[in-house]
Write a protein that binds this ligand. Structure first.
Ligand code: NAP
Length: 262
């Protein structure tokens, strides 16, 4: 089913999402392109249809709006042609936590986590029932690095990684592939939208390179794909350390260092 299914891509109007759209069109997949900017989506859909002979539908949706999300969830539940969900729409935010408004961090969390998990939740039971399909969630290496100071953004991306790893464990045995993709700084509009000057970054990956690498991981059915990570062994070491830490937990027993009153 994955080979011939329709791909629904959120945040397809620019950057990583638009590049995924191009790559899946090249592979012959029909597309459903989702974002707020309908004019941009229409232009992309028309071009991809003409160049690749696929069908590309546009759905205008603001994923922070419950009604728009619900419409999309219904489509994911009911449209059996959709076999791949690319959960890509997301935003970043500049400033420190105390500079960011409560409303703006709430919007960020809603877009980067609530919308993403709702869409995954809408499609996953159907895919599991069919025993095939894929869910790709775009995280970020920022989700591994509280030191970078993008605290709320990083927290949303840590959520995306954890969710993807957990869903992978649950759904892979049922035939559904789940991939977390963790880009580092990539040349897209996200920086300008967040009010961050991309020229201040020491290194930036080109978006074509990022998506092509992510698709290598997709074709290999990697649970976690980190295109900028040069040595894969470092990721394996992190996972092994995590397992070792879990092995050191004793549920009923307080650790020695907390037993003294001084
Ligand atoms: P981008 O070019 O700004 O694309 C973001 C996409 O999300 C756009 O298509 C945008 O379309 C859509 N979007 C934003 N708010 C939305 C909303 N409320 N409802 C629906 N769609 C919305 O940035 P990008 O770099 O490609 O980002 C894609 C993903 O990659 C994000 O999840 C981001 O966190 C992640 N990522 C990016 C980088 C990087 O350095 N670029 C690094 C790590 C992770 P509309 O404005 O038309 O709605």
């Amino acid at each position: 089913m994955i080979a011939h299914s329709t791909v629904l891509i959120t945040g397809a109007s620019s950057g990583i999402g638009a590049t995924y759209a191009e790559r899946f069109a090249r592979r012959g997949h029909d597309l459903i392109l989702v974002a707020r900017d309908k004019a941009r989506l229409d232009t992309l859909a028309l071009r991809l249809q003409q160049e690749h002979g696929i069908s590309a539908e546009v759905i205008q949706a603001d994923l922070t709006q419950f009604g728009d999300l619900e419409r999309l969830e219904k489509r994911l539940r009911e449209d059996t042609r959709i076999g791949i969900l690319i959960n890509n729409a997301g935003a970043a935010q500049s400033g420190s936590f105390i500079e960011q408004s409560t409303d703006s961090v709430t919007r960020l969390v809603t877009l980067n986590t609530t919308a993403l998990v709702r869409l995954a939740s809408a499609i996953a039971p159907r895919l599991a029932n069919a025993g095939t399909g894929a869910i790709v969630n775009i995280g970020s290496v920022v989700g591994l690095a509280p030191e970078l100071g993008m605290t709320v953004y990083g927290a949303t991306k840590a959520f995306v990684l954890f969710l993807s790893q957990g869903l992978s464990l649950e759904l892979m045995p049922k035939g559904v592939y789940v991939q977390a993709v963790l880009p580092a700084a990539t040349r897209t509009e996200i920086w300008e939208r967040a009010g961050i000057d991309i020229t201040t970054l020491p290194e930036v990956m080109e978006v074509d390179d990022l998506v092509d690498a992510a698709l290598v991981g997709f074709d290999r059915r990697e649970p976690v794909t980190i295109p900028p990570l040069q040595e894969a062994a470092r990721w394996e070491t992190l996972q092994a350390s995590r397992q070792a830490l879990l092995g050191g937990l004793r549920q009923a027993q307080v650790a020695e260092r907390y037993r003294s009153i001084s």
